[in-house]
Design a protein around this ligand. Structure first.
Ligand code: NAP
Length: 537
């Protein structure tokens, strides 16, 4: 019986995911090119990553006035953020505001998890399946996010745990109460560092299980003043220009000054000022912090001193400041009272390097040396980043080429936008693009608009398919490595940028570290050249 097949729905374009990427891609293809489109979304509302990330303290660490769509002046005028960094609820409100302003929901099908996508060579179409539907389209665009495939590590005995456990990236919609609960949290990345203070304030007791110590800079979040809100609205063109010219698309300039340009007293004053200001901008205090080990050490030492000054329990201070990678070599977290939280009486810290987790039993977590009885375990253990969400969809290209097999040794893409062997498939913020190294909405807008222009060109020139060339994808992979190696990023061997957090994942540096402006210029040149770098047929 094949009644599903008989009800196959046909579209010009299918967009997978209703986050920042998917919503804007729908606007571009439906409203600007007039294509028949649908967005398939697993959740029951818009939001993408922010639909799932509702953990305590979840907040974006890009400043709100930059964490916005910039494609519509009208939208910029109409929406006003309330705090320096937007919280998860407000981001979802924003995305709902965008969805209703552009009437997007009528073309989004919710609760549709894509289970497979197969390119049909006879018709040059993609067949896309969800749990209960079949679709067909000419262009398939993945807008699935880079950090959407949660990773709960395989710890022996988890299935025996009689309490509750949650991954931060798949948080219950109605929240979790920690009142009178004894909680264990595994993970101290950007997420864990945000969650710890909020959970500690509510729970009876919190034990944090830290494997790798991490830097963090105070976020200094606060409500925005009316004056600042007004100033942003009056100057959004200037902000747009600034965001578009800085390498990471953040609303601040990176200093030209090198650490060696100043004496140690000046250096400390600069760091103090940056620490007081707070936020990701700390790493922009000097030009060479992410490229020069010696320069970086001055920032790393400054932060370690701050940790030691803040954390009163000397044992905790030593565990927290025992950081063995350069500052900002991994994604640098920012926080609200993270280190201060270790001064509370109801917080404990376990150094997993000295006392590793042995197993989870029915009562809680068992380390080599201790037993921790817990009501709740919070996994702030990150994601199978960048490639995970794509590989999850069971994508089959030409000649039944499985993406999973094709990427066994790491992702192969041209510009992070297309994959050889997978015609008419576009990957918004795919591996090999600036994506996670930038303020995401800006990287997303650049990709989405490029994809729109590419499809528009194909329609005008009556091309049926576009496909990345193998040789150019190989060359691009080398370029991604080359620019990464100019920074300290690939030196951090346990980083998720390299896939090192997932057992068995190939160790390949995935995002493009050459900056968004340079990357955009490369993409623009390809466009100006009538997409000749691709195989058009
Ligand atoms: P993450 O950076 O990968 O951190 C995961 C944490 O879990 C690390 O401390 C890791 O330790 C630990 N961990 C993983 N497996 C473990 C195991 N088997 N045993 C013990 N510890 C384990 O994940 P994340 O914190 O969710 O952040 C991911 C990314 O999401 C960030 O880098 C950022 O790009 C984004 N993010 C953004 C925001 C924001 O904008 N506000 C907030 C949160 C996250 P090791 O370091 O030893 O592997």
């Amino acid at each position: 019986m094949n009644h599903i097949h008989s009800s196959t729905k046909e579209y010009d374009a299918i967009i997978v995911g209703a986050g920042f990427s998917g919503l804007y891609q729908l606007i571009c293809l439906r409203d600007q090119l007039g294509l028949k489109c649908v967005v398939l979304e697993t959740g029951d509302d818009v939001g993408g990553t922010w639909y799932w990330n509702r953990y305590p303290g979840a907040r974006c660490d890009t400043e709100s006035h930059a964490y916005s769509y910039y494609f519509s002046d009208e939208l910029l005028k109409e929406w006003t953020w309330s705090e320096r960094y937007p919280g998860h609820e407000e981001i979802r409100e924003y995305m709902n505001f965008v969805a209703s302003k552009f009437d997007l929901k009528k073309d989004i099908l919710f609760k549709q998890k894509v289970t497979s996508a197969k390119f049909i060579e006879d018709s040059n179409n993609w067949n896309v399946k969800t749990d209960n539907n079949n679709f067909k389209c000419k262009f398939l665009i993945t807008a699935v996010g880079c950090l959407s495939n949660t990773n709960i590590p395989k710890i022996k005995g988890l299935e025996n745990f009689e309490g509750s456990y949650y991954h931060t990236g798949n948080w219950p919609k109605n929240g979790v109460s920690f009142v009178n609960k004894t909680v264990g949290q595994i993970g101290t990345g950007s997420t864990g560092i945000q969650a710890v203070p909020v959970i500690a304030a509510e729970a009876k007791h919190l034990t944090v299980f830290q494997r790798t110590a991490n830097y963090s800079i105070p976020a200094r979040n606060k409500p925005l003043t009316e004056e600042f809100k007004k100033q942003v609205k009056e100057n959004f063109q200037n902000y747009k220009d600034l965001i578009k010219r800085t390498p990471n698309a953040h609303p601040f300039e990176i200093s030209d000054r090198l650490v060696s340009d100043v004496n140690s007293e000046e250096m400390n004053q600069i760091y103090e000022k940056a620490w007081e200001k707070g936020g990701l901008q700390f790493r922009a205090a000097f030009n060479d912090l992410v490229t020069n080990f010696e320069a970086n050490k001055t920032a790393s030492d400054f932060i370690k001193n701050k940790i030691n000054e803040t954390v009163l329990n000397k044992k905790f201070a030593s565990i927290l400041s025992d950081i063995d990678h350069p500052y900002a070599g991994k994604r640098p977290p920012i926080d609200s009272n993270y280190f201060e939280t270790y001064n509370r009486d109801n917080v404990n810290l376990i150094d997993l390097r000295r006392d590793p987790i042995k197993c989870i039993n029915k009562n809680g977590i068992e380390t080599e040396k201790n037993n921790f009885d817990l009501d709740i375990i919070v996994f702030a253990t990150g994601y199978d980043a960048m490639t995970g969400p794509l590989l999850n969809m069971n994508i089959l290209g030409k000649n039944n080429l499985k993406l999973k097999n094709d990427w066994k040794e790491g992702p192969k893409t041209f510009l992070g936008l297309q994959i050889p062997g997978f015609p008419n498939l576009f990957t918004v913020t795919g591996p090999g693009s600036p994506s996670v190294l930038t303020n995401m909405p800006m990287a997303i807008e650049q990709h989405v608009e490029w994809i729109r222009d590419c499809i528009s060109f194909m329609i005008k020139k009556e091309y049926t398919t576009i496909e990345a060339r193998s040789n150019l994808a190989k060359k691009w992979g080398k370029e991604v490595n080359r620019v990464a190696n100019k920074t300290l990023l690939p030196t951090v061997k346990h980083s998720w940028y390299l896939g090192a957090n997932i057992p068995g994942k190939p160790r390949v540096f995935m995002p493009y570290a050459g900056g968004l402006p340079r990357y955009s210029k490369i993409c623009d040149d390809v466009k100006k050249n009538n997409f000749e770098d691709f195989i058009l047929a």
